[in-house]
Design a protein around this ligand. Structure first.
Ligand code: PEP
Ligand code: MG
Length: 598
């Protein structure tokens, strides 16, 4: 943390301490200026209910898993605390130690477990009751030091509750307009509840640049900085905060001149966006006349209007996880059908690529049971298509909804995390069975049946792209997971974020391999990972033979503008040189040098 003395009073601002600057990961560009809102730990709403006897063991396991998750979070926070110096570090270290100790205390753990078995209380209610009891016994002590521990007990309880609830049900709608959310962690489900008209931007202590929270921030156009050490201790609710999402900076109590600079930058960005918006109806063509298809990735149905406004030629990736977020039950066929129908109709005849549920790993829907996230390697576990194939009802419901929605416009089905040809075949079999069932019920379905495509996002799938190309009707390369699995770097983890490098030659070779397999098999291919929305990579992709890109709506105008300035022949030659390189630094230099000539 940097501190200077230029903080001063500004009209309308609640507090004015010294100006402080924090550094973190620049995950979603733009500038937001507003008053800080520290996510209030008391916001958690606890549901109380009776657990059936048959589910008692599962409820205890759920509690145990939440405690483990809470311990892991504390461990990470402790790691961050060591980066501070002096008394602050020491104090924070003691506090976190004390919290960790409490999480291991047998009184708390056995007390909650006993409540679950004896009174059949759900884990949340049992934690609340046990914490209240322990806190009360501290409060009755004579020693003021021990009395003060009651507050810590409550904090630990809240941490377990947050871990139990996976932080769902956070309500941001009551905040003043333009609030900046400051939190230890923000989940993708939290971001789904943020209305950009209400929330200005956010910053967190934990989280990496390619995790889903970061993707959601970009898609909502919310400036965001993640992985900021010392943030919670360094900001108070009501203080003025600047989120510089382009440079990874959070500035608290900015001085007059810095504030004016950032306000100017905000206006410049708005002007640039307005200029780019004029490209809406200009076809995406390179200077030498090659037509490129630009589609949008959709996280939430409410973005569909923006996708049309930005001139998207279709939805290249509809992430259906939104249907499962912030709820405790599963969406039925009718609900899914209606949601899809609305999007398809809004796209007015442009194709919509619906990806089947991709949860597990870092994207967990609580309705599917929190315990799934607690395995040692969730990213390698029961995720995405693996979960859908293991729980056929989940897949069948989704396929039925897509088949029915396909009567309202062109749809394609996209399968996440495919690793084997057998998985694609199994889905095709399920699709046939579901179609037959719907026809028997005289329900209208898409005719001809929607194309079935696979995400290439596992290195094994890329290396087997030739065989997958025989089974699949199209490919969509997911560079986010492909990079993560190739380099063994957790995309949502701030501590290894600096090692996440999609320009690593191994990642590029896997992309090239997949593109060539698709070209040989003459099936359509698009790139739909975050790389597709970065103008920096456009020349490389086009040079490798890619002609379709799908990206977050906000990135569309800049990518189009890059295409318009590009010479495809030159890009192809540069891509050839790049693919001969071994070193990602040299690759980056060759690419940036080429881009600077435009
Ligand atoms: C990807 O992995 O690149 C991708 C597009 O899918 P998601 O980000 O939803 O995992
Ligand atoms: Mg993926």
């Amino acid at each position: 943390m940097k501190m200077d003395k230029t903080g001063s009073k500004h009209k309308g601002r609640t507090t004015a301490g010294p100006q402080r600057t924090f550094e973190g990961l620049a995950v979603s560009p733009g500038v937001a200026i507003g008053s800080a809102h520290l996510r209030d730990r008391g916001e958690i709403r606890v549901l109380e209910y009776q657990v059936p006897v048959a589910k008692m063991a599962a409820e205890k396991a759920r509690f145990g898993a939440a405690v483990e998750r809470a311990k892991r979070q504390l461990g990470k926070l402790k790691g961050k605390a060591t980066r501070f110096h002096g008394a602050a570090a020491e104090e924070l270290g003691y506090l976190l130690d004390a919290h960790q100790h409490m999480l291991g205390s047998s009184r708390l753990l056995s007390g909650v477990e006993q409540r679950i078995s004896k009174t059949r209380q759900n884990a949340e209610a049992a934690v609340m009751a046990e914490i209240a009891d322990i806190a009360q016994s501290f409060e009755q002590m004579d020693d003021p030091y021990l009395r003060a521990r009651a507050e810590e007990v409550r904090e630990v309880g809240m941490r377990i509750l947050r871990a139990l609830s996976d932080q769902k049900l956070t309500d941001f709608s009551a905040l003043p307009r333009g609030s900046i959310i400051i939190a230890e962690v923000i989940t993708p489900a939290d971001t789904a509840l943020m209305d950009p008209a209400q929330v200005g931007g956010f910053a967190t202590v934990l989280g990496g640049a390619e995790g889903h929270t970061a993707i959601m921030a970009r898609s909502l156009g919310l400036p965001a900085v993640l992985g900021v050490a010392g943030l919670i201790e360094g900001v108070k609710t009501g203080e003025t905060v600047i989120i510089d999402g382009s440079n990874g900076r959070v500035i608290v109590n900015p001085g007059e001149s810095l504030l004016a600079d950032y306000q100017r930058r905000q206006r410049e960005l708005e002007r640039a966006d307005r200029a780019l918006a004029r490209l809406r109806d200009v076809p995406a063509k390179t200077r030498d006349g090659e037509r490129i298809i630009l589609q949008a990735n959709l996280e939430l149905p409410r973005e569909v209007g923006q996708a049309m406004a930005a001139g998207a030629e279709g939805i290249g990736l509809l992430r259906t996880e939104f249907l499962y977020m912030n709820r405790d039950d599963l969406p039925g066929e009718e609900e899914q059908y209606l949601a899809l129908k609305q999007i398809i109709e809004a796209m007015g005849g442009r194709s919509v690529t619906v990806r089947t549920l991709d949860v597990g790993g870092e994207k967990l829907a609580s309705a599917l049971g929190g315990e799934r996230s607690t395995t040692d390697n969730p990213a390698l576990g029961l995720r995405a298509i693996r979960l859908s194939l293991k729980e056929p009802k989940l897949l069948d419901t989704q396929l039925a909804a897509i088949l029915r929605a396909g009567t309202h416009g062109p749809v394609r089905i996209l399968l996440p995390l495919i690793t084997t040809v057998a998985e694609v075949r199994e889905v095709r079999k399920a699709l046939k069975t579901v179609s037959r069932r719907l026809r028997r019920r005289k329900v209208q379905i898409a005719d001809p049946p929607p194309p079935v495509g696979v995400m290439i996002e596992v290195p094994g799938a890329a290396l087997a792209a030739d065989s997958l190309a025989r089974e699949a009707d199209f490919f969509a390369i997911g560079t986010n997971d492909l990079t993560m699995y190739t380099l063994a770097i957790d995309r949502g983890e701030e501590q290894v974020a600096h090692l996440y490098n999609p320009l690593h030659p191994a990642v590029l070779r896997l992309i090239q391999f997949s593109v060539e397999a698709a070209l040989r098999a003459r099936i359509p291919l698009s790139i739909c990972g975050e790389m597709a929305g970065d103008p920096r990579f456009v020349a490389l992709f086009l040079g490798l033979g890619v002609r379709e890109l799908s990206m977050t709506v906000n990135a569309l105008p800049r990518v189009k503008s890059r295409i318009l300035s590009l010479d495809l022949d030159a890009a192809t030659r540069r891509a050839g040189i790049i693919m001969d390189q071994f070193d990602s630094g040299r690759i980056a230099a060759l690419l940036d040098d080429f881009n600077s000539l435009a």
